[in-house]
Design a binder for this molecule. Structure first.
Ligand SMILES: Cc1cc2nc3c(=O)[nH]c(=O)nc-3n(C[C@H](O)[C@H](O)[C@H](O)COP(=O)(O)OP(=O)(O)OC[C@H]3O[C@@H](n4cnc5c(N)ncnc54)[C@H](O)[C@@H]3O)c2cc1C
Length: 412
């Protein structure tokens, strides 16, 4: 019987995972991985600040899926086949020791993404995977009754043939980059960026850059999007987990608003305006003779407390007892409902992910096979699945790559 051929398009996390697992599970298969650039696993290398946040220590599918603004239902199915524990076992059984940080992120113990890269490269060599670099696939022709193989046309004029194709070409930022996939009959959810920070140009808050506050509530006005968590004041605006999560969950709405919107910040997420007012009243009694700037009742960073006082026109030298009622009310509003105009976004530590991609209704989450073109598979960020930061995007890449591999390996 003739040897069956699999071509994996894309030398990233998902492509490698598909290629090495397909070859391991079916040694009869001839596996070729094609990469358009002259680099392999380039995002793995830079990810997590060069440490590669491989996955997250979350072992409940119900909890895990909440981290995916798009593709929640899809990963609910796919994670039943290959989940976080499988990722940990896969790497650890190949001598990559992993460690979990206090926030749940999992990294190689070496603190270097090279450990992951070396492992995947070693697996590719052991399983004799052919790797073709500088091959930009620009068109795929599906098998025809007259020609029962896929034909893959590369920019350099070469043509490759395969029985099975797995497309793991990552996310693209422009819709036109998906044309070759649309030509196969697939529809594409418009790609837009996710995971970014908010710019608040020319706002005095930026003078407090570097200050982070643990428990803040941020709301995007005129929408349902609200998040509570740490935020970081930067020299251009706001960053930190609460802002990044908002950028991900509201990615489509914010793109529609052209990144021009207002947010309301509650600097004391455990309070609302009335309860803060009550607290301020009781403090006036308790600390009547104390200087207002010296006694910061909410444990906010001192510079932030002084900033709030200045914003409300409160003289930092007055005693609590002398705080006028009008300014006391203003302070309560300032602390619980400060309004900011956001204009524009900035990429977070160069880390971003594409929201959008291949429409999930058009493939089977249990096999990653296209419902439109038999023997065509997809894996990784090319799909309309994206997660927040914390290892969730890599977990989807490993899961989808592994499922596609298992299915392909089983097709004789
Ligand atoms: C700076 C940065 C840091 C990140 N850090 C983390 C992190 O710590 N944890 C986490 O979970 N996620 C992180 N992410 C997101 C994560 O890296 C991606 O979601 C993941 O790498 C996607 O893997 P992929 O294999 O689907 O795509 P990619 O890694 O993008 O790989 C796709 C490959 O396909 C190639 N290709 C594209 N088109 C073609 C074509 N036509 N022909 C041939 N080859 C083609 C590309 O050149 C590329 O090498 C980070 C992202 C960035 C940008």
């Amino acid at each position: 019987m003739q040897q069956k051929k699999l071509i994996v398009i894309g030398g990233g996390a998902a492509g490698f995972f598909c290629a090495v697992n397909a070859a391991t599970q079916n040694p009869e298969l001839k596996v070729t991985l094609v990469e358009k650039s002259n680099k392999l696993l380039s995002k793995v290398k830079v990810s997590g600040g060069g440490r590669c946040n491989v996955t997250h220590a979350c072992f409940s599918i119900a909890e895990m899926i909440k981290k995916y603004p798009r593709g929640e239902k899809f990963v609910k199915q796919s994670f039943h086949h290959f989940f976080t524990k499988n990722t940990i076992d896969w790497f650890e059984s190949r001598q990559v020791k992993l460690k979990t940080e206090s926030d749940g992120r999992i990294f190689p113990q070496s603190n270097s993404s090279e450990s992951i890269i070396e492992c995947l490269m070693r697996e590719a060599n052991t399983n004799r995977i052919e790797i073709l670099m500088n091959r930009d696939i620009q068109r795929i022709e599906k098998p025809l009754p007259t020609k029962d193989l896929f034909q893959l046309y590369s920019k350099d004029g070469s043509v490759l043939e395969a029985d099975f194709v797995c497309i793991a070409s990552g996310g693209f930022n422009k819709p036109e980059h998906y044309k070759w996939l649309a030509d196969l009959g697939h529809s594409i959810e418009t790609p837009i960026p996710s995971l970014f920070t908010f710019n608040v140009p020319k706002n005095p808050i930026s003078e407090l850059m570097g200050i982070s506050v643990e428990n803040v509530q941020v709301k995007i006005n005129s929408t349902k999007f609200i998040q509570t968590g740490p935020i970081l004041i930067t020299h251009w605006g706001f960053s930190g987990p609460a802002v990044l999560k908002l950028s991900a969950f509201a990615a489509r709405e914010l793109a529609k608003m052209n990144y021009d919107f207002t947010i309301t910040i509650n600097w004391l997420a455990d309070y609302h305006e009335n309860s803060v007012l009550e607290k301020l009243k009781s403090i006036r009694h308790e600390l009547a003779s104390k200087k207002i700037s010296n006694k910061n009742p909410f444990s906010l960073p001192q510079r932030l407390w002084e900033y709030h006082l200045t914003q409300c026109g409160i003289d930092a030298e007055i005693r609590w007892a002398d705080l006028p009622a009008k300014q006391q009310n203003l302070l309560a509003k300032q602390l619980c409902a400060q309004l900011f105009q956001v204009k524009g976004k900035t990429t977070f530590k160069e880390e971003f992910v594409t929201a959008g991609g291949i429409n999930l209704n058009e493939l089977n989450a249990n096999t990653m096979e296209s419902k439109i073109v038999p023997h065509l598979f997809f894996a990784g960020e090319i799909l309309n699945v994206d997660g927040i930061t914390g290892g969730f995007n890599f977990q989807h890449a490993w899961t989808s790559g592994w499922i596609a591999a298992r299915e392909i390996a089983s097709l004789k």
